[in-house]
Design a protein around this ligand. Structure first.
Ligand code: TRP
Length: 358
């Protein structure tokens, strides 16, 4: 299929630190799988990151880390366009235009903002209780507006959904793969597109969410969902030492070597199967079910398979990190390509709103 007839897939990734195998199997890998089927645009959402990261070194390093992570797992810059958001200043320009079509109460209904304010509200209530001295049975209600005033939510965080709408709409994206937590943001983008189209005439395509179905929840070393906040993650680019330590920390039951074991009740198997193809999964299941394999052996097998899987990714990442100029060039070229495309769109938008008079 030619590039022109393919649907446009767009996704933004916020630099959030070290990625783990839950991120990989839950989301990152899907971009690699989809890069032939779609005309893919993957960008590093550095301006979104600024809503929480106000540290120069940390932001710059975060941007480079995302680029390294995605190139190491096999995003191919010949097939996809990898770029960083801040290289497309038209996105910030479009955000302003959208801001002027967006009301404050509409943005105040966004989940992320509401969560931030309710955290601030809770703190505020606690501090009032502290000031007046806790009295049993007395409840203090703080008003939402008060909470907003005392909260440290910045305007950028408040406006987060509109910046994201601009990211998506400026590219005429057809599909936007996101996790369940980002679904509301896609609805915001659709609303904004409709508002603009109603006000100034048909201009923006309504994007479809493409909810990355977590076919299976990726479990962490303690059996709960793998998540940084639980401290149960295995880093995707882990060293052999880290892999060994993580696997050894996975709890098992007290079944003896000879006893048959149910793979579907084992954390060890739940993690191990991610690294195996159908055939090897079947073989491993049999080993569990037959008995004769103790947990020590099962862990050794997992360490080997996980290391074999991770090693080439880690080595590729290390190689790329030694050649940062090439990585930065990939971002620059990607940014320039997107720039040309969106500039056409923005010229039309400027005319339509009335500022483009030349
Ligand atoms: N908000 C997204 C996240 O936290 C990142 C993001 C920013 C994004 N702009 C986007 C995702 C545009 C898809 C499309 O994961």
């Amino acid at each position: 299929m030619s590039k022109e007839s393919k649907k446009i897939l767009l996704s933004g990734v916020k630099p959030t630190g070290r990625v783990h195998i839950g991120n990989y199997f839950g989301a990152m890998k899907q971009f690699v799988d989809l890069q032939d089927e779609y005309d893919c645009y993957v960008f590093i959402a550095d301006y979104h990151a600024m809503t929480t990261v106000q540290d120069k070194e940390k932001l710059s390093k975060g941007i480079i880390d995302v680029a390294l992570d995605y190139l190491a797992i096999g995003l191919d810059p010949k097939k996809i366009t990898l770029f960083k958001q801040s290289d497309i200043p038209q996105v910030a320009e479009l955000t302003w235009i959208f801001n002027c079509l967006t009301t404050v109460p509409y943005l105040a209904r966004a989940h992320a903002f509401k969560d931030a304010v309710s955290r601030a509200q809770k703190k505020h209530t606690e501090s009032i209780l502290e000031d007046i001295g806790k009295v049993d049975g007395v409840e203090v209600h703080t008003d939402l507006y008060d909470a907003m005033v005392v909260s440290n939510v910045n305007v950028g965080l408040f406006d987060y959904p509109i910046l994201m709408a601009a990211d998506i709409l400026i590219q005429d994206a057809d599909v936007v793969p996101v996790g369940q937590d980002q679904k509301q943001h896609i609805e915001y983008a659709r609303d904004v597109a409709q508002k603009f189209n109603n006000t100034y005439g048909e201009t923006f395509k309504l994007p479809e969410p493409f909810i990355v179905s977590e076919v299976e929840t990726i479990v962490g070393t303690d059996g709960r969902k793998m998540s940084k906040s639980y401290g149960n993650v295995i880093p995707l680019f882990a060293t052999d030492e880290e892999i060994k330590k993580a696997v050894m920390s996975i709890p098992t039951d007290s079944k003896g070597v000879a006893e048959p074991k149910n793979p579907d009740e084992s954390n060890l198997y739940a993690i191990h199967k991610l690294f195996l193809d159908e055939e090897s999964r079947k073989n491993l299941r049999e080993k569990y079910e037959k008995g004769g394999m103790g947990y020590k052996e099962a862990k050794e097998l997992l360490i080997k398979d996980m290391s074999d899987f991770i090693r080439p990714l880690r080595e590729k990442r290390e190689m790329l990190a030694k050649d940062l100029d090439t990585v930065l060039d990939i971002l620059k070229v990607g940014g320039a390509r997107v720039n040309t495309r969106v500039e056409k769109k923005m010229a039309d938008v400027r005319k339509k709103v009335g500022v483009g008079i030349y």
